[in-house]
Design a protein around this ligand. Structure first.
Ligand SMILES: [Zn+2]
Length: 50
C-alpha cells in the first residue's frame, strides 16, 4: 500500500516507511529526518495532509 509523507510529499511503500502516531492517527515518513520535522510542529504538518 502506498502512503504519502506529509512533510516532503513523497509517495512510497508503507513497508519502507518510518511511522509516528499523533492524536491517534498514524503518519508515515520516508526517513527519520522528516519524522523529526513533523514532531517539532505536528499541528502544521497534520493539517496539511489530505
Ligand atoms: Zn520525507
Amino acid at each position: 500500500m502506498k502512503v504519502t509523507d506529509p512533510v516532503c510529499g513523497l509517495e512510497f511503500d508503507e513497508d519502507l516507511s518510518v511511522t509516528h502516531e499523533y492524536k491517534s492517527k498514524k503518519y508515515h515518513f520516508c526517513c527519520d529526518g522528516c519524522k523529526k520535522i513533523f514532531i517539532k510542529k505536528p499541528k502544521k504538518w497534520s493539517k496539511k495532509s489530505n
